[in-house]
Write a protein that binds this ligand. Structure first.
Ligand code: ADP
Ligand code: MG
Length: 740
């Protein structure tokens, strides 16, 4: 079941970091990025262009300049999204930008400093505070996973064997969409626990970073949080809502040098930004809105973000910029990218009662354990009361009413065990003290009591284990409303609500200003009424000014088109260069294959290869399909009817004649025909008895063909060497399949 909400666009905000010391030391030029916080505009100056050239202006849902605080960005642009996730929407926040512009700073920040904590730690606080303040009839289950995509391979950062583990596979199901198979998912009960998960993953990333050059700027990190919430609906049944939050720190968006590398390095270079360029293509296709095909399947990242871009999710993109003049090109590219992303439309909806909700499984399991436990305790209580001789007249429905009663039952069960133990001890004492009983009988009775005691203990242990399991299971579910009566908390909540209101107002104000700005331009014409010549002149001047403005705009757009063209030419050249490198590589591989791998081996290999689209790799099929293995191995070739193996005609005749012991078993020969007439040396040799094989092959005496054939098959003395050659060759020609 899902509630359809109208579509909404991806929110795009831009953040510019302050100039760093190194950039400041470059000169007094200052930054090239100016921001109008009120209008949400970024104004970019081209440091290489003449002053007369108009500056480029872009408008976004929010802009944050160098002096902006982490909290500002969170409250204004992220908080509403996390609130939606807590209501059961899917949400994604991704940071995009050149390396060193503050993606990681924005997403994670400095954990120790409350002022500098980024989006992720603030989201942790937000989620768990929300849960502790929600009503007590709600149950929550929070899970976290952490993965990274490096060189188009998905790796689980929470796997202890992260460095050596196999890359994970992506799978797709109609219910949950694309997911990562076998990804570790940790249930988190507090902020501390989820922070621990984050730290474990970050450490795994840091280890990888020391092994590989520029690892962190080339890998995409995805932190996934799933919040499941169960709440009684109007129908009295419990309904579950599942919100999934993706927190994505993308690889640096700068162009990677792809030219002049070969082999493994080339492969690596081709893969480095595959995900990022695929992301660009997906954004372009979605923003364009006309092209039906969106290439999500081109990369792992786009497949994982499929829901976030054009799907069932609310998405915020934070584009990060650096203000330094030397990065003008990259900054402009980032702004264009961000500008395009604004046009993407998503259709977010609440995920209600999905089939795969883990919370439901937990609830069922807890209920089962609880029933088991209750059953045990009640039966103990009943036994106790029987022991004490009390009558039992309660009906079953009353059993679970009230916590006091439950406690009483638990106490009774414990008492029963103690009483039983005492009783058994007493009975054992009595048996031991009984002087009239035979020693053998005493032993037997004592043994029996001992066994009863053991049973009792086992039962008690089983109950304890069950209780522990039940408690562990129950503790994973978070129940709302624990702090609801807390006064300070209430005040804090009010304060946050007010802050949220202010943030909302700022946002609305900015939107209104943006609208006014647009309307201003449009309404100028409407106000024009001519009452006098003077007014007409004024109106014409205004119009002229307006045309001048339009002209300036036109120039801007022309420059923009030129820029875009240049960029396309540049990227095309790069692609061509990569293609050339790849072609050269391919030719190199072909050369090896054609010259050093026998054609039949090549064909065999080619026939076994199949392309696995899931893993985007060529794979070998097994040599013999498992099920038909035995039948294929045992099959006798048709040319060997009556024999173990195919056999030549000559050998058959020889066997029939019984001429030579060699042919009593079947034999197969491969002979090459040498038509040169025998010379004296060969005649001499052929008449020599008991000649050795190695001596025959001597290349100084004659060419290999005939000699070799003789060494394989010593002809009987009655047949001359030349006639044997001919007849053997004839046999060979008659049964070509016999050749080995
Ligand atoms: P990225 O992840 O994009 O490669 P980082 O987040 O590592 O970049 O940032 C690079 C440096 O810039 C870090 O030292 C970081 O502290 C600093 N930095 C980034 N953004 C800001 C900001 N808004 N305010 C202050 N310092 C920042
Ligand atoms: Mg980073």
């Amino acid at each position: 079941m899902s509630k359809i909400k109208s579509s909404e666009s991806v929110k795009v905000v831009v953040r510019c970091r302050p100039l760093n010391r190194k950039e400041e030391s470059h000169g007094p030029a200052g930054g090239i990025v100016r921001m109008d916080l009120g209008l949400g505009q970024v104004i970019l100056r081209n440091p290489r262009a003449p002053v007369s050239e108009p500056q480029k202006t872009f408008t976004f849902d929010g802009v944050y300049d160098a002096s902006s605080k982490q909290r500002d960005l969170y409250d204004e642009s992220v908080r509403p999204l996390i609130d939606s996730v807590l209501e059961g929407f899917n949400g994604t926040i991704f940071a995009y930008g050149q390396t060193g512009t503050g993606k990681t700073y924005t997403m994670q920040g400095a954990w120790m400093d409350p002022e500098k904590r980024g989006v992720i730690p603030n989201a942790f606080d937000h989620i768990f505070t929300h849960i502790s303040r929600s009503q007590s009839d709600r149950q929550y289950l929070v899970r976290a996973s952490y993965l990274e995509i490096y060189l188009e391979e998905v790796r689980d950062l929470l796997d202890p064997n992260h460095a050596t583990a196999r890359a994970l596979e992506l799978r797709e199901s109609p219910e949950t969409g694309v997911y990562v198979r076998d990804l570790t998912s940790c249930v988190c009960k507090s902020i501390k626990e989820i922070e621990e998960v984050m730290n474990v993953g970050n450490q795994a990333r840091a280890v990888a970073a020391t092994d590989m050059n520029e690892h962190s700027s080339r890998s995409h990190a995805l932190f996934l949080i799933t919040v499941e919430c169960s709440q009684p609906g109007p129908d009295g049944r419990k309904h579950i809502r599942v919100g999934r939050l993706n927190l994505v720190d993308l690889a640096g968006s700068e162009r990677q040098a792809k030219t002049g590398v070969q082999g493994e390095r080339l492969k690596e270079a081709a893969k480095i930004n595959l995900s990022l360029s695929a992301l660009g293509n997906v954004i372009s296709a979605l923003a364009d809105g006309r092209s039906g095909h969106v290439p999500y399947r081109d990369s792992k990242l786009t497949r994982l973000l499929q829901d976030s871009l054009g799907g069932n999710a609310k998405t915020v993109m934070v584009a990060t910029l650096g203000p330094a003049p030397q990065h003008y090109d990259e900054t402009l590219t980032t702004l264009r990218y961000a500008n395009r992303a604004k046009n993407i439309q998503n259709q977010p909806r609440v995920n209600e009662d999905p089939k795969d909700a883990l919370l439901r499984e937990f609830q069922t399991e807890i209920a089962r354990l609880r029933a088991q436990l209750n059953h045990r305790k009640w039966s103990s209580k009943q036994k106790k009361e029987q022991v004490e001789g009390e009558s039992w007249e309660r009906d079953e429905d009353e059993e679970t009413e009230g916590e006091d009663e439950e406690l009483e039952v638990e106490k009774d069960a414990e008492d029963y065990v103690k009483l039983q133990e005492q009783r058994l001890e007493r009975e054992k004492e009595a048996i031991r003290d009984d002087r009239f009983m035979l020693a053998e009988e005493k032993q037997k009775l004592l043994g029996e009591k001992e066994r009863m005691m053991g049973d009792l203990r086992k039962e008690q242990e089983a109950t304890e284990q069950l209780t522990a399991k039940y408690k562990a299971m129950e503790s994973k579910l978070l129940v709302g409303g624990k702090n609801i009566m807390d006064h300070t908390n209430e005040q804090q909540k009010m304060l946050e609500m007010k802050q949220q209101e202010i943030a909302d107002q700022t946002r609305t104000e900015r939107e209104m200003q943006q609208q006014m700005f647009v309307q201003d331009e449009e309404t100028v014409e409407l106000r024009e009424t001519f009452t006098s010549l003077q007014q007409e002149v004024e109106a014409k001047t205004k119009k002229l000014k307006k045309y001048l403005k339009l002209y300036a705009k036109l120039q801007c757009i022309k420059a923009e088109i030129q820029d875009v063209n240049d960029e396309h030419v540049r990227s095309r050249q790069e692609l061509e260069q990569t293609q050339n490198e790849l072609t050269r590589e391919l030719k190199f591989k072909y050369l090896i294959i054609e010259n050093f791998i026998p054609p039949e081996e090549k064909n065999k290999i080619m026939n076994r290869l199949t392309f696995d689209t899931e893993e985007d790799q060529w794979k070998f099929q097994p040599l013999v399909p498992a099920e038909s293995k035995s039948s294929q191995m045992k099959k006798r070739p048709s040319s060997a009817v009556g024999y173990k193996r195919p056999i030549s005609q000559y050998a058959r005749v020889a066997i029939a004649m019984g001429a030579h012991s060699r042919y009593r078993a079947e034999n197969i020969m491969f002979l090459e025909l040498d038509m040169t007439p025998p010379n004296t040396a060969s005649l001499e040799r052929s008449t020599e008895p008991n000649q050795s094989t190695s001596g025959d092959n001597s290349p100084t005496k004659e060419r290999g063909g005939v000699r070799k054939s003789r060494s394989w098959c010593q002809t009987p003395k009655s047949i001359t060497s030349s006639s044997s050659n001919v007849s053997l060759a004839a046999c060979h020609a008659a049964t070509p399949t016999a050749a080995q």
